[in-house]
Design a protein around this ligand. Structure first.
Ligand SMILES: CC(C)(COP(=O)(O)OP(=O)(O)OC[C@H]1O[C@@H](n2cnc3c(N)ncnc32)[C@H](O)[C@@H]1OP(=O)(O)O)[C@@H](O)C(=O)NCCC(=O)NCCS
Length: 195
């Protein structure tokens, strides 16, 4: 298998998408801890507080896994690169590697920036970036059916709903949830761009 060098950065007028780097831990911690109440209902990793060293170890692990082509966790930064607006990523699931061409997009937007169209803009950018500079043939978005904002974002960018998975474990490990799966292929995305 040939070596894959993942694209590092995408810029728009509103945000910069890039790999987390050593040294980003404090900024990640500030954004995620201040968003705790917003994230807690939907994301199992959200914590009320986190020592900076733990956050720093987290970004270093993200970077290591990026370089090893194991997972691609992306920071969403303000255009001047000073403030974390959230996080996203191309996540490899079900034992697939980058060469299989399938990934799941995840996302969180910091509480103070939510509900202002940013999640929709970032998902749209991730699809464009993912189907041009990255080798993805298929990108998916999975959301708890009760998570209206997440569902709305997928609908806004025109990812078709492919189905609903019943009885999946809820993110907190307690109870079950319905998971809506949205998906788009590279060909369908390209066809939409020319039509
Ligand atoms: C889901 C998330 C990424 C969306 O990002 P965002 O920047 O808030 O999204 P946008 O502002 O682009 O769009 C949100 C849409 O949901 C709607 N919405 C938000 N909360 C809602 C609610 N409780 N009920 C109904 N609609 C709601 C908004 O009105 C908007 O739709 P509209 O443009 O048609 O009015 C963000 O809210 C978030 O980080 N949530 C917590 C973590 C999470 O759930 N991640 C996704 C896991 S799959």
């Amino acid at each position: 298998m040939s070596t894959f060098f993942a694209p590092e950065t995408m810029r728009t007028d509103r945000f910069v998408l890039r790999s987390w780097m050593p040294g980003d831990g404090a900024a990640l911690r500030e954004a995620s801890v201040s968003s705790y109440e917003h994230l807690r209902p939907w994301l199992g990793w959200a914590v009320e507080d986190e020592p900076i060293e733990v956050a720093e170890a987290r970004v270093r692990r993200f970077r290591a896994r990026w370089l090893l082509n194991e997972d691609y966790v992306v920071g969403i930064w303000s255009p001047d690169g000073q403030r974390v607006l959230g996080g996203t990523g191309f996540h490899l699931r079900d034992g697939f590697g980058w060469a299989d061409g399938v990934a799941e997009i995840g996302m969180w937007i910091r509480g103070s920036e939510a509900n202002q169209g940013l999640g929709t803009a970032v998902l749209s950018a991730m699809l464009s970036w993912g189907f041009t500079e990255w080798p993805w043939q298929r990108l998916s978005w999975h959301c708890d059916a009760r998570n209206v904002a997440s569902r709305r974002v997928a609908e806004h960018v025109g990812m078709p709903l492919e189905g609903t998975l019943h009885g999946e474990p809820a993110h907190d490990g307690r109870g079950r949830r319905e998971t809506m799966v949205f998906g788009l292929t590279r060909d369908a995305h390209a066809a939409r761009a020319v039509s």
